[in-house]
Design a protein around this ligand. Structure first.
Ligand code: GDP
Ligand code: MG
Length: 178
């Protein structure tokens, strides 16, 4: 199935979308640096980071990760931000229903204006706060299924499912050369 080439190196733009405070920057820092800093209350202006992962079929995927520096607070985030993105990570906080509704807004925005082949991940972050959960897993799963995306619940705090999130995106990327 891998054709003539024995391996492929993909380089893809990945954007993070979601309400302020859901943990987008913490997810990125956990994935790229293996760290979680509970004291950072506001996004530090690290707006671009990259990380490469290797898949079992020897494909490598270099994620060029675009994190917002707080622009998500404004009504319209410039489409410039997600233009050309091959993957989008749309994050909500499982303890806050309002952030799940905001995630649905971003999904619609990408369906209207994003790359038609974009791989979308719906991410319920702060899964370590199970006792405060207000967004049911089944509700989110049904929404993800209905919108052609996959759902994963993560914790940037404990690192739960963070690598799995990016591995799953990598597996779903179209393998043809653009
Ligand atoms: P952003 O605005 O979406 O980039 O959110 P941040 O990454 O800045 O995180 C917002 C707040 O949520 C910070 O106080 C983080 O410490 C906290 N946070 C982020 N991820 C988690 C998580 O998985 N679990 C818990 N308990 N707190 C988290
Ligand atoms: Mg941030």
């Amino acid at each position: 199935n891998s054709g003539m080439s024995d391996s492929k190196n993909l380089r893809i733009k990945l954007v993070l979308l979601g309400d302020s405070g859901v943990g987008k920057s913490c997810i990125v820092l956990r994935f790229v640096r293996g760290q979680f800093d509970p004291s950072s209350k506001v996004t530090v202006g690290a707006s671009f980071l990259s990380q490469t992962i290797a898949l079992q079929d020897s494909t490598t995927v270099k994620f060029e990760i675009w994190d917002t520096a707080g622009q998500e607070r404004y009504a319209s985030l410039a489409p410039l931000y997600y233009r050309g993105a091959s993957a989008a990570v749309i994050v909500y906080d499982i303890t806050c229903m309002e952030t799940f509704h905001k995630a649905q807004f971003w999904v619609k925005e990408l369906q209207k204006h994003g790359n038609p082949n974009i791989v979308m991940a719906l991410v319920g972050n702060k899964a370590d706060l199970e006792e405060s959960r207000s967004v049911g897993h089944d509700v989110a799963q049904a929404y993800a299924d209905a919108n052609g995306m996959f759902l994963i619940e993560t914790s940037a705090k404990t690192a739960d499912n963070i690598n799995q999130l990016f591995e799953e995106i990598a597996k779903r990327l179209p393998r043809t050369t653009p």
